[in-house]
Design a protein around this ligand. Structure first.
Ligand code: NA7
Length: 546
């Protein structure tokens, strides 16, 4: 009797809400989360800042944008019908193909009717008396929901450099993330690009082809390696389709949910000849094998890391004709794989073209953007177009840009000032009923594989709560502390923690993001899932449920 009353009380509370759940973001994880919430019979609304679905694949339309995951490992695995009907065109699909795929998913599952486009969430405040979230859009409209689900992605808060004079430039300029839908014409144009991360490297390679003249402003060179992309033939697609169960099973076994798993040998276990032959093979193969399928110790052992770095440096020297330019393109301040390895399709050869110039801005720093172009400490350059490939306020940036407040009005941004604290990258103590799909301290890697798991875990938790008439789900402080400590422990000994990059949360264009932090779980996906399963199997004891 008591239980029945509790449930009917809950029904009244739900009726007063606009939605059972509000999801922020209609990208890879937001779309799938909506699908799962509908299956549970929940009323849900997705707020999406863009005018279409796709998140990363809606925004990043710059020339050359593509993922470095094998396409056939990137698609959703939850629907056999979808797997049966979708043919990937390339082994590593470019942005237009992935955007088409995500639109196909939205249409197939009729997702659009619950997505509100051009709706950027400005604030989300938890209300203890009603155990719900009050969500405000830019422009002022408010909505309420029991659950707030963030599906905001990890690289969605783009950052412009803090260079004086940015607004004074009279030509065209754009951050790669906000690339226009209309084609940009480069023929005969003097083009500048600032930034040589994974994005800059893709964009430079494509824009160098049509541009009249391209000047690349490089602050830090990268250990880029070949992608080896190719079209997928009909016969290959049939083989892939027949192998989907094995492909997805393989992705479940590897640390990063890719098909590539570390070789069990240490680099110094084998002879120099054997090592060289193995690295030649990896350098000639498609995808992230050279990073994730390499000897097990290249990312932990300094000597092994120095050897692979030397191998890749030699390849760069072979590919770039001017030895002085080649030296500028070889990283000196970090070893191979300690930052995200950009995969490229002819990037280094671009510098053999007569219309391409490399400016090392460590030697001659940019002083300001001028109405006509860019002034370095050495000279002034004139441009028609300036492209900013300057990256993102990664992982926590998208959260920081929303005024998220939990119990007693505590701001999430404040709570995470010295680094994220979460339970499983999904829950935060003090922020009841907020669930993060692919939040900080979750495992990164092949995004959709990890996002599907996170979404399913979140969905199971919501089902558990609703079946029991629970209206308040929160990580306990002990649970969040234990997970955060585990995340920090798992990153010990990994060389990437000694290097500034978006993976260690460093972005000097953003105040407060100057120091390195542990932003993601490095223990590998099998261990991550094991921990998540243990929490669920234990009746969610690391959560306070009411
Ligand atoms: P990244 O990898 O963060 O790269 C940003 C680039 O922009 C990098 O070369 C930076 O140099 C450069 N940068 C940033 N700010 C400045 C200023 N103020 N002046 C000069 N140069 C600057 O972002 P991406 O978009 O390339 O890639 C992000 C991820 O998206 C990628 O890893 C994929 O997973 C998808 P720095 O290295 O900091 O010296």
């Amino acid at each position: 009797m008591v239980a029945l009353q509790a449930v009917s009380g809950q029904a009244e509370m739900e009726a007063a809400l606009d939605f059972d759940a509000i999801v922020i973001g209609a990208g890879v994880s937001g779309l799938y989360q909506l699908y799962r919430l509908r299956e549970l019979g929940l009323s849900a609304r997705v707020f999406e800042a863009g005018s279409g679905v796709g998140g990363t694949w809606y925004w990043n339309r710059y020339p050359g944008a593509r993922f470095d995951s094998e396409s056939w490992t990137y698609g959703y695995s939850f629907s056999q019908e979808l797997l049966d009907e979708w043919d990937w065109e390339e082994h590593f699909a470019a942005q237009p193909e992935t955007e088409r795929y995500l639109n196909h998913v939205a249409d197939k599952f009729d997702l659009r009717r619950d997505i509100q486009f051009k709706s950027r969430v400005a604030a989300a405040h938890y209300r203890e008396d009603t155990r719900d979230w009050d969500i405000a859009l830019e422009g002022g409209r408010h909505y309420t929901a029991r659950f707030l689900i963030t599906a905001v992605g990890v690289l969605s808060a783009a950052t412009m450099p803090t260079i004086p004079g940015l607004a004074s430039f009279q030509g065209q300029s754009c951050h790669t993330h906000y690339w226009p839908k209309e084609p940009v014409r480069f023929e005969g144009k003097r083009v500048a690009i600032i930034g040589t991360g994974a994005t800059g490297i893709q964009a430079i390679t494509e824009i160098a082809k049509p541009a009249g003249h391209l000047t690349v402003f490089q602050r830090t060179p990268q250990w880029a390696a070949p992608l080896h992309n190719a079209k997928i033939t009909k016969a290959e697609m049939s083989r892939i389709r027949a192998n989907y169960p094995e492909i997805f099973a393989r992705c479940q076994e590897t640390a990063g949910c890719f098909i590539h798993a570390a070789d069990p040998r240490a680099a110094l276990d084998v002879s120099p000849e054997e090592r060289e032959a193995f690295w030649e093979k990896l350098y000639g193969e498609p995808g992230f094998g050279i990073w994730m399928g390499n000897f097990r110790d290249i990312l932990t052992d300094r000597a092994a890391n120095a050897l692979i770095s030397d191998f890749v440096a030699r390849r760069i020297r072979q590919r770039v004709k001017d030895p002085a330019v080649a030296e500028k393109l070889i990283p000196k301040n970090h070893g191979f794989g300690t930052r995200r390895v950009p995969l490229e399709s002819g990037y280094f050869e671009v510098y053999n073209q007569p219309n391409v110039e490399l400016v090392d801005i460590k030697e001659t720093p940019i002083e300001r953007i001028t109405p006509a172009g860019i002034k370095t400490s050495e000279r002034e350059y004139e441009f028609d177009i300036i492209i900013y490939a300057t990256g993102f306020d990664a992982i926590t940036g998208a959260f920081d840009r929303i005024d998220i407040r939990g119990v007693d009005g505590v701001a999430l941004k404040e709570k995470w000032r010295d680094g994220p604290q979460t339970l499983l990258g999904i829950l935060v103590d003090g922020f009841p009923n907020m669930l993060m799909v692919m939040g900080p301290h979750a495992g990164l890697g092949n995004f959709p594989r990890a996002a599907e798991y996170s979404t399913d875990w979140v969905t199971r938790l919501i089902r558990f709560a609703r079946e029991r008439g629970l209206t308040r789900i929160e990580a306990t402080t002990a649970g969040a502390t234990a997970w955060t400590e585990h995340v920090l422990e798992a990153s010990k000994g990994l060389l990437f923690t000694e290097v500034d990059s978006w993976m260690t949360g460093v972005n000097r264009n953003v105040e407060g993001k100057e120091v390195r932090r542990i932003m993601r779980y490095s223990g590998g996906h099998p261990a991550f899932r094991e921990r998540c399963e243990a929490v669920a199997a234990d009746g969610y004891r690391e959560l306070a449920l009411a």
